[in-house]
Design a protein around this ligand. Structure first.
Ligand code: SIN
Ligand code: FE2
Length: 221
């Protein structure tokens, strides 16, 4: 039988403030924030990827990205020789991108609120897959129509070092270690800061296997 002490502990656990680490004026790392969501999130992600699988994309500069990409939501992002763009149709199968699953939307909206951005309404979720060695060079997220909404980034699987720079490509970068379940939110004055991911180290994650998957939620349209 659960006595008063057990009940007190349960309440304490629920009221434990989330660890929120500020990494910029309007940017936060929410350590482990996605962990309670993982179980309902993974089957949804599997469904999305069955419909719009990962694919290797080429940048306008002619480089093949080392991270493989997919998307879900009303808009999905892609790149090819002619440029970067958001579209309502997946160019691979000419079908609409898979819908943004409710669990993913709720996680993104709550994380945004936790970071001071209430009313976040994501219409796009980019899904990046990094096998060991894959990376993402420094870039700004600026294909979205308006920058008033933050970017919410959820990390799954193998750890990675996230590089969080400034407003110029040459600005010094902070190195932020990201682990399975971590969420990063950047917006407001930090919305256009350069960021990237260092090459993912060899490894096998007990749940996700030999890969890192990153979800970034945006308001694109
Ligand atoms: C991105 O900037 O699109 C991805 C960031 C990440 O993989 O952590
Ligand atoms: Fe990005």
């Amino acid at each position: 039988m659960a006595g008063p002490t057990a009940d007190l502990f349960a309440d304490d656990a629920l009221q434990q403030p989330q660890k929120r680490e500020q990494i910029g004026e309007q940017s936060y790392l929410l350590r482990g924030y996605a962990l309670p969501w993982i179980e309902c999130l993974l089957p949804e992600l599997r469904r999305v990827l069955a419909q719009s699988p990962f694919r290797q994309m080429v940048t306008p500069g002619g480089f093949t990205m080392s991270a493989a990409l997919s998307s879900c939501g009303e808009l999905g992002w892609s790149t090819d020789a002619t440029g970067y763009r958001y579209t309502a149709i997946d160019p691979r199968n000419q079908q609409p991108w898979p819908a943004l699953p409710d669990a993913l939307r709720q996680l993104a909206v709550q994380a945004a609120t936790e970071a001071g951005f209430s009313g976040f309404a994501p219409d796009a979720c980019l899904i990046n897959r990094y096998v060991p060695g894959a990376r993402m060079s420094l870039h700004q997220d600026k294909n979205e129509r308006c920058y008033s909404a933050p970017v919410v980034s959820v990390s799954l699987g193998l750890p990675a070092i996230f590089l969080f720079g400034g407003h110029e490509r040459s600005d010094k970068t902070q190195k932020v270690s990201l682990f399975h379940g971590d969420v990063v939110v950047w917006g407001g004055v930090d919305r256009l800061r350069f960021h990237g991911v260092m090459p993912v180290k060899e490894g096998v994650h007990p749940i996700m296997g030999p890969q890192r998957i990153n979800l970034t939620f945006r308001t694109a349209g």
